[in-house]
Design a protein around this ligand. Structure first.
Ligand code: DX5
Ligand code: ZN
Length: 220
């Protein structure tokens, strides 16, 4: 399967958001990753459905909404209506995870579950067959530009085995500290979707950054 590169808007220039979205689309991005933070689950606040709806109007790429908020069930329909194609919830915020997954899928979006670095893969045991993707956090969520947590590689590789051995179809997405130094290892561990904020929006030339990622992932 072709590897998916998903620039994270968290590191974009919000004063020029439309331009930034168009620029990464032109630079070869596959998805747009949108980090929603509420100042409760994570110590930072970003944006809600209104901004996702504005992004929807300027791109035809899939929008991947990563909810780092408490009580995500309450907002899933709003994000779907705003145009999100992929919606993920942190398992740490969902006491009724099956219901959250169902709400996302009923809204017409693909459903993802996210694990913090310290949350074990066993949290996925009874939902792996239901989800469209799993997002492995390789930093503690809240901020861009943090250092990749090394043992995430082992976690990704174990998840790859769990998915393949059981014949599941969930994609593996990885988020946090993905850059030109880490992406090759993240790819080898079995990742399908690569989120990168600072490594793309911090680059002088977005197309070069994305092209370099693809080369490091073994593209011809
Ligand atoms: C972190 C967010 C990430 C963030 C990644 O809480 O979920 O999507 O933007 O940023 P980088 O790629 O700079 O580590
Ligand atoms: Zn994210």
């Amino acid at each position: 399967m072709q590897k998916i590169i998903a620039p994270s808007l968290l590191s974009a220039d919000f004063a020029r958001l439309a331009e930034e979205v168009r620029a990464v689309e032109q630079a070869g991005a596959d998805w747009i990753h949108a980090d929603v933070m509420d100042g409760h689950f994570v110590p930072n606040i970003t944006f809600g459905p209104l901004v996702v709806e504005a992004v929807r109007r300027v791109t035809s790429l899939p929008i991947d909404v990563h909810l780092m908020i408490e009580n995500p069930d309450r907002y899933i329909a709003d994000f779907a209506k705003a145009g999100a194609n992929y919606i993920s919830v942190q398992v740490e915020t969902c006491p009724h995870l099956n219901r959250s997954i169902q709400l996302i899928q009923d809204s017409g979006a693909a459903a993802g579950v996210v694990l913090n670095p310290s949350t074990p893969l066993t949290a996925l045991h009874w939902v792996l067959e239901l989800v469209d993707y799993v997002l492995i956090m390789s930093v503690n969520p809240g901020f861009g530009g943090q250092r990749f947590i090394g043992n995430s590689l082992q976690k990704i590789a174990e998840l790859r085995r769990m998915i393949d051995e059981n014949g599941h179809s969930a994609l593996i997405e990885v988020d946090g500290g993905v850059n030109e130094h880490t992406i090759a290892d993240v790819g080898r561990a079995g990742t399908d979707v690569f989120v990168a904020g600072s490594a793309i929006f911090g680059a002088e030339n977005y197309a070069h950054a994305i092209h370099r990622f693809r080369k490091l992932l073994g593209a011809p």
